[in-house]
Ligand binder design. Structure first.
Ligand SMILES: Cc1cc2nc3c(=O)[nH]c(=O)nc-3n(C[C@H](O)[C@H](O)[C@H](O)COP(=O)(O)OP(=O)(O)OC[C@H]3O[C@@H](n4cnc5c(N)ncnc54)[C@H](O)[C@@H]3O)c2cc1C
Length: 276
């Protein structure tokens, strides 16, 4: 079973700061890590390979330092990793990202064939959740999103059964293979890497492709040129003022609460233009 996992290197959003002048992410303020959802996708691919045999390949688009995220996947148990990296990919929105990844997948499919593509549910920085379905659309295969468990893979009849999260619960669905899954964290626990994997990962050199290594690429669909999305504005969420401790006896506290509520109502009415 040949499984391809798309993985992204992201800044650690638990640590990252926002540049107050530009209101954009200050990527230098946080270390780069493997997108946590993608670690679960790689773990699941390794689990399926252990049951069904085959190979786990990881693929990423990013700057040269994204090689570290690929090495992390080798540590989890991936067999090989490809990085597509070129200035012509830069400035890509999700449409251009999914196109570039699709072109690399097409080339990998010529070499080996792919039975299943895995992605994370979303990347913790861009957070659109669009890349996986975008790749599936381009490959013309079913996208099964928010998967929390892979119940059965029938390679002979090219079928897969998964459990996925939906808005008000869960559903169990069956699809043909190949298909693309986007996975939730609940799908598995990322196991502690055994020493041989760590040694292999430390020595591993991911294969790096540029645009020129891909076949039949329409340059107009890559990078900024191929990105119709425009980010109008970005701003950090408003900080909560926190709790206010009221002082005085019960009567004084009650009066304070009423005055706060009246003040809030006035502010709300001004904002909504209720009395205009
Ligand atoms: C106009 C514009 C310009 C941009 N310019 C840049 C830029 O110059 N540099 C930059 O880093 N970002 C840039 N971005 C952000 C970039 O478009 C997104 O990071 C990218 O498309 C992935 O979207 P996402 O982060 O929402 O991932 P999601 O769609 O939330 O990711 C879901 C899953 O898709 C897979 N995936 C996502 N991205 C990749 C990847 N790169 N490689 C492999 N698998 C992946 C992973 O499995 C991931 O878990 C730009 C965005 C816009 C709108």
């Amino acid at each position: 079973m040949n499984i391809l996992v798309c993985i992204k290197q992201v800044p650690d959003t638990k640590i990252i700061k926002i540049n107050p002048k530009t209101n954009t992410l200050d990527r230098a303020s946080a270390p780069a890590i493997l997108n946590p959802y993608d670690a679960h996708a790689v773990e699941e691919a390794v689990r399926l390979r252990e049951i069904h045999g085959g190979k786990v390949t990881v693929l990423s688009m990013g700057p040269p330092q994204a090689r570290e995220a690929i090495k992390k996947c080798v540590q989890i148990g991936a067999d090989q990793g490809y990085l597509i990296s070129d200035r012509r990919f830069a400035g890509a929105d999700t449409l251009a990202t999914s196109y570039a990844l699709y072109k690399a997948i097409q080339k990998l499919m010529k070499e080996d064939g792919v039975d299943l593509v895995l992605c994370g549910k979303h990347a913790i920085d861009g957070d659109t959740g669009q890349t996986g379905p975008g790749i599936a659309r381009r490959m013309d295969i079913p996208p099964l999103t928010n998967v929390i468990s892979v119940e059965e893979v029938d390679l002979k009849n090219k079928q897969i059964k998964v459990h996925r999260k939906i808005e008000n619960g869960y559903e169990r669905i069956q699809s043909t293979l190949p298909c693309l899954l986007t996975v939730e964290k609940e799908i598995n626990e990322v196991a502690y890497s055994p020493l041989p994997n760590m040694i292999r990962a430390a020595r591993y050199n991911p294969i790096v492709w540029t645009v020129d290594d891909l076949d039949d690429v329409d340059i107009k669909q890559l990078g900024l040129k191929g990105s119709p999305t425009i980010v109008g504005k970005m701003w950090p969420p408003e900080k909560s003022k926190g709790a206010e401790m009221l002082e005085g006896d019960v009567k004084a506290q009650g009066e304070k609460i009423v005055s706060i509520l009246l003040e809030q109502r006035e502010l709300f009415e001004m904002k909504e233009g209720v009395n205009e």
